[in-house]
Design a protein. Structure first.
Length: 240
């Protein structure tokens, strides 16, 4: 099996053994069929039979640290832990393991849309049996919330686009946001590369990096293009 499939199976077994995780669901690029080994994260959602208090959080942190050092090393496995009694709360913050830390985050509207349209269960119930249906208007609202929230904040800080990661993330996120606002549908990251508002040479470099190739872009020039696109897209979303 591929490394991510081995890690996902091992992670599922560990969570089931805890006795209070009832469902493990796949979202993100693995759910949409856009997963690229060595590039994509593993975006997961676990449902629990009650609140995830301090003791449970300590168990989860230890479990994740062990997996990140062994079976899931290098896979960027992340998971949101949702109390079944709070699964419908859009603004509720849930314990979330991401990039080596356990933090509190909401289950975003975009993640909810991915679960509703493409998600599947590693064990337990299907996402569609746990979370409300998502309409095209819900997808539009999810995109607008991200563009007028985090990305509007980022657009006021052009220096952060000097990070190569932000260049790619900004250009693809803006393409996904525009597509969602226009159609009410989700766009995968790979397809978003093809719709990026960037010159052909930069789109080609985005495409190569999406395939996992070590291709660098001119830092200042690419940062300017990504920031300008983010500012323009966020302003348009705010004006709607």
């Amino acid at each position: 099996m591929p490394d991510h499939a081995v890690a996902l199976a091992a992670f599922g077994e560990e969570l089931r053994a805890l006795g209070w995780v009832t469902d493990l669901l796949v979202a993100g690029s693995l759910a949409t069929g856009d997963y690229v080994p060595g590039v994509s994260d593993l975006d997961l959602v676990a449902v629990t039979d009650g609140p995830v208090g301090d003791d449970r959080q300590a168990q989860l942190a230890a479990l994740h640290r062990r997996l990140d050092a062994t079976t899931a090393a290098g896979l960027d496995l992340g998971c949101v832990y949702v109390d079944v009694g709070q699964r419908d709360g859009i603004g509720v913050q849930h314990p979330t393991w991401t990039h080596g830390l356990l933090v509190l985050r909401i289950l975003s509207l975009v993640s909810r849309a991915e679960l509703a349209h493409h998600g599947y269960a590693v064990f337990g119930r299907a996402p569609q049996a746990l979370f409300p249906a998502v309409t095209g208007d819900d997808v539009r609202e999810a995109a607008r919330a991200e563009l007028t929230g985090y990305w509007a904040w980022a657009s006021r800080r052009p220096w952060i686009f000097l990070s190569p990661l932000m260049i790619d993330l900004g250009l693809t996120s803006m393409a996904r946001g525009r597509h969602a606002l226009r159609t009410g549908e989700l766009l995968t990251k790979s397809l978003a590369v093809e719709q990026a508002a960037a010159p052909a040479w930069l789109v080609g470099q985005l495409r190569a990096r999406r395939r996992g190739e070590a291709v660098a872009s001119p830092r200042l020039r690419a940062a300017w293009i990504a920031w300008r696109d983010t500012r323009r897209t966020c302003r348009a979303a705010t004006a709607r």
